[in-house]
Design a protein around this ligand. Structure first.
Ligand code: 4NP
Length: 151
């Protein structure tokens, strides 16, 4: 299984989601690959936000080597699941879909933790206190995702 995490900038939420899921995939010995991207182009080539790097480090996950990139239509070919953080990410990604099969790959990540509730992962960029909450939400969603798809 190939999973792509998507947010707006690819510097706060989706790098954390990538790091958290990669850690669980490794611990569970699963043959999955995980990547992340942003719908926007503002931060292409940047490393994750220092506040995301710090909260990940607190839980022994190193995301400092990641580099932001922009989501592209080819990602629908390369990935099986495209997990977005909020409704705005969902619209931006679905706007690039070629067909129904592409659209069906796109899911709100928190629906793995709270099915059908369409809960959004809040953008922590303007909120210094938001990163712990974002970490906890993504950790739960990734745990439930592993439970759901683990062979
Ligand atoms: P992210 O957070 O989508 O979780 O990476 C953001 C990062 C940067 C901006 C917005 C959100 N920005 O406007 O620059």
């Amino acid at each position: 299984m190939k999973i792509l995490m998507v947010c707006l900038g690819n510097i706060c939420r989706s790098p954390l989601a990538e790091g958290i899921l990669k850690d669980k995939v490794e611990k569970n010995g699963l043959p999955w690959s995980v990547d992340s991207a942003g719908t926007g182009d503002y931060h292409i080539g940047s490393m994750p936000d220092t506040r995301s790097v710090a909260v990940a480090k607190k839980y022994n996950i190193d995301i400092s080597g990641q580099q932001a990139r922009q989501f592209k239509t080819k990602d629908f070919i390369d990935f099986d699941l495209i997990l977005v953080m909020d409704a705005s990410n969902y619209r931006n990604v679905v706007n690039l879909a070629r067909d129904e099969e592409d659209i069906n790959k796109v899911k709100l990540i928190m629906n793995f933790a709270s099915p059908g509730e369409n809960i959004e992962v809040p953008d922590p960029y303007w909120n210094n206190d938001g990163f712990e909450q974002v970490y906890a939400m993504l950790d739960k969603a990734c745990e439930d995702l592993i439970e759901k798809y683990r062979p």
